[in-house]
Design a protein around this ligand. Structure first.
Ligand code: GLN
Length: 533
């Protein structure tokens, strides 16, 4: 019998509910149970692909080419295995399916309504995924905050599932914020109110996880227990932590795993957290420090690049270094070229971040030229790699005005152009070149040394690519295409006969990086920077 653990949020969004869901799954997995994790997003977009990172943080890409909520990335990193795009359910998908069933005549004679039809569709989706994976436990995080109108059908589905599956098979965890006033006093009232709101909907939480800037004292814990109607031992403190990978360890130490397993009627087995604890310990105890320039355009919202930040952390831990990120808004470089000198002096290496559209592109190109000419280590990811090509074409090959047609459709030298398969595409949603695709690596190159293999799979998310007409010209001027797609497109670029770390990849290797199996590219990059100081 499958067990379902629902995770809801109260008071505010952005409380790290995704990390709690990921931690819950990880603790149960390491206790020897098979687990999957599902994220529910109550918005009407079918997937996260059409949203700006400003609106909803990074768009995460799964092996099977899903453009999902970034919480799927947290789940993969904590569970240590890949999930499918099916693990991200949105209201858009649910309504699309209900409406097409209605058109097909599946509900003939009925008035189609949110209850029961939409709610049934939600329950069926959750059960189908769980059945397909054949897991012992499914952790299901309901996005947003209790009280949001659009979340109601999902909460109703969660409520009905306890009724239908039985008390022993469904567990509710509520994550809420206890703010700390400037006086230092921790307030529990918002937590109490959000639990009341949940009860009004018919869900009585089994455990409450309290996010706060500090640990709960016994009085706060008692209040939350009494007014939240959960036993004292089911109130857990989740204080702010710079290292999110510590969250499962902190929850486990408070008896969280044992409590859930007991309530679900499962046997308790002590989870094996040794390798995880070693990773956390290494991350917290670096022996040297390096600075990485992050050249992008969504730098004010760090969630836009969460997988890159995490991939750097994984690499940092295993190289025993602290990686300090120096955020550089590419548009600022466009208005102030002096800036590059001070940035260049400060950082040990730079990452040219992925992105879309015109804004900030010229700033990135200027930065690439500056770093290339001064042999500063540069790693270009996706759009970053495309702009490395543009820069090289302009300044090393001498193709004046070279550009990507995404930035300048009338460029005389379209060195980056729409991929041929993209030319007839009319709809934007879900049509980029997506998911894990094979890259063939040229022996003897930097890419080959990084991967120690001639064939790798990395995840992609792009519509444009290197125009094959220019490959010979680029190579003659000293660029080396070291990785190709199966269709023969440039996937990885570097410099010929150069000691400089200069590498651009059309893929997003960060999406596959996990704490216990870091991405080879990020590992090598950090190792290289650390070896120079
Ligand atoms: N905008 C570029 C493209 O569509 C790069 C996308 C990205 O960086 N993910 O090809």
């Amino acid at each position: 019998m499958t067990k379902y653990i629902f995770i809801t949020g109260g008071v505010l969004s952005g409380l790290g509910k995704g990390i709690v869901a990921a931690s819950t799954g990880m603790l149960l997995l390491r206790s020897g149970y098979s687990v999957t994790a599902i994220k529910i997003d109550p918005y009407l977009n079918v997937d996260a692909g059409t949203m700006s990172p400003y609106a909803h943080g990074e768009v995460f890409v799964t092996e099977d080419g899903g453009e999902t909520d970034m919480d799927i990335g947290h789940y993969e990193r904590f569970l240590g295995y890949n999930l499918s795009k099916k693990n991200n359910i949105t209201s858009g998908q649910i309504y699309l399916s209900v409406i097409s069933k209605e058109r097909r005549g599946d509900y003939l004679g009925q008035c189609v309504q949110v209850i029961p039809h939409v709610v049934n569709e939600i329950k069926n989706r959750i059960k189908e995924i769980t059945k397909e994976y054949n897991v012992d436990i499914a952790v299901i995080e309901i996005g947003g905050t209790v009280g949001d109108i659009e979340g109601l059908p999902f909460l109703e589905a969660a409520r009905q599932m306890r009724f239908e599956e039985g008390d022993k098979n469904v567990f509710y965890i509520h994550v809420a914020l206890a703010p700390v006033l400037p006086s230092g006093e921790l307030k529990t009232k918002p937590v109490q109110h959000s639990v009341q709101e949940l009860r009004r909907i018919g869900i009585i939480p089994d455990a409450i996880i309290v996010r706060s800037s500090k640990w709960l004292d016994s009085e706060a814990r008692y209040k939350i227990s009494l007014y939240g109607n959960v036993p004292l031992q089911a109130v857990y403190s989740n204080p702010d932590m710079p290292n999110p990978y510590k969250v499962p360890l902190v929850l486990h130490e408070q008896g969280f795993t044992k409590y859930i397993v007991g309530k679900l009627g499962l046997d308790y087995r002590e989870p094996d957290l040794s390798s995880w604890a070693e990773f956390v310990n290494r991350l917290d105890n670096p022996v040297k420090s390096i600075k990485v320039g992050m050249i992008g355009k969504y730098t004010k919202i760090r969630d836009s690049y969460v997988s890159i930040i995490e991939a750097l952390r994984h690499a940092a831990a295993w190289n025993r270094v602290k990686v300090e990120l120096i955020w550089v808004e590419a548009t600022d470089i466009e208005n102030n070229s002096e800036m590059l000198k001070s940035i260049g002096d400060e950082i040990d290496g730079a990452i040219i971040l992925p992105g879309f559209g015109v804004r900030g592109a010229e700033g990135k190109i200027t930065a690439i030229q500056y770093f290339r000419e001064r042999e500063k280590p540069v790693l270009g990811i996706c759009f970053g790699m495309q702009l490395m090509i543009v820069e090289f074409a302009r300044n090393a090959v001498g193709l004046h005005g070279a550009n990507s047609t995404e930035i300048d459709p009338n460029t005389p030298h379209p060195v980056i152009d729409l991929l041929p398969e993209q030319r007839d595409i009319k709809e934007i949603g879900g049509t980029l070149r997506l998911g894990a695709l094979k890259i063939l690596i040229k022996p003897g190159t930097l890419a080959w040394r990084i991967y120690s293999s001639t064939e790798v799979y990395e995840r992609h998310r792009h519509r444009y690519g290197v125009n094959q007409k220019y490959i010979d010209m680029l190579e003659e001027a000293g660029m080396q295409i070291s990785g190709f797609s199966e269709e023969g497109f440039a996937e990885i670029v570097e410099l010929k006969n150069s000691k400089q770390f200069y590498l651009g990849t059309q893929a997003h290797p960060e999406f596959k990086s996990k704490p216990l199996s870091p991405s080879p590219i990020y590992m090598y990059f950090i190792q290289h920077l650390a070896s120079k100081i």
